[in-house]
Design a protein around this ligand. Sequence first.
Ligand code: NAD
Ligand code: DAU
Length: 360
Amino acid sequence: MNLKPYLITGGAGFIGSNFIHHALDVRSDWRIVNLDALTYSGNPANLTGLPPECADRHRLVQGDIRDPELLQRLFRENRFSGVIHFAAESHVDRSILGPDLFLETNVMGTFRLLEAAKAFWAAEGKPEDFRFIHISTDEVYGSLGPDGLFTEQTPYDPSSPYSASKAGSDHLVKAYFRTYDLPVVVTNCSNNYGPYQFPEKLIPLMILNILEEKPLPVYGDGKNVRDWLYVRDHCEALMAALDKGVPGETYNIGGNEERRNIDIIHLLCETMDARLDRSGAAAGKRLIRFVADRPGHDRRYAIDASKIRETLDWRPRHGFEEALEATVDWYLSHMDWVNAVRTGLYRKWMKDNYDDRVEK
Ligand code: NAD
Ligand code: DAU
């Protein structure tokens, strides 16, 4: 069979690896080249356990999206049908403590990838079915008040170096459509959760801290709201954007599951108490600590996903409470994975980000 080659960047990270599992499962005619620099959040172990017939169609290339020669070689050798671009620095707190890398990876890396894709696509005679899918975030829209939703028309108003760098990359991707006709599709998604998420992000961090009876650091008053989406639902949305998305268009993706941080933490404490048979003075809620807020902390995100629902026929299939329980169980049954990703670098990060946060 003639396999269709796709370039996936950042496929050893959280969402990228879930997407590769999904794509190899539902697309038997795909061959994937997974370009990943294997930074602290990229882990080849996220891709172990693929069935042999799938593993043969996946190749991990350790390399950097900022490397034009490598990109050129990969395009020349593989003649990709499309690019699905996940690679990024993704954690807001890290962008506050060290913004440089976010600009380099998210803006310059995306620029290098666009250049390589454009050169290949032009040399091939500008095939209409080529696609460049750019995975972005709802954080580019800034913060909402108590009402309203982000639509695709909401003006960009990023608050953190992370979201500003993602906004910059989105603008570049759209400019390559307007200026060069490169067939791009941009997706802006809300907060994901599920297997393989690096335990610096709220949900896995809280699960592991409850397990290990460490403090649960709640930024500010804990009433910031995020719109949560199970990662597998995001992967299905991206497949719909690849198959049916209109070049030049943007699609917002969200779970319609708004939750306050503190409510999620309470729910995780209760779920973990049940799993670990803890109650009374041993219950997880005793570990909650309100700490200094994240600077520039966006108050509320909420997505209007009607465009992707109505035009691409996508909707999430997992409810929040049920998928959160499945996520808890995944972490509890994958402690080898957890221990492998929590290297010395992880411990340094926890110290840098949390040690100076004052308890309120
Ligand atoms: P992640 O940090 O888990 O994974 C990022 C991956 O990119 C890692 O495997 C890392 O090694 C790789 N990478 C980093 N720099 C690279 C470089 N220069 N060259 C090649 N590879 C590099 O992130 P994630 O949560 O999986 O996010 C993936 C994408 O989805 C990002 O673009 C992020 O902005 C976007 N996004 C994430 C969420 C979320 O909730 N996690 C929501 C919306 C959008
Ligand atoms: O909205 C999409 C974005 O979601 C993605 O673009 C980002 O890549 C992803 O990291 C995520 O960003 P957030 O900043 O919303 O996620 P995080 O898990 O860092 O934090 C979620 C909320 O929990 C946020 O309001 C901050 C708060 N928080 C986080 C941590 C790590 C705490 O209260 N305590 C913590 O220790």
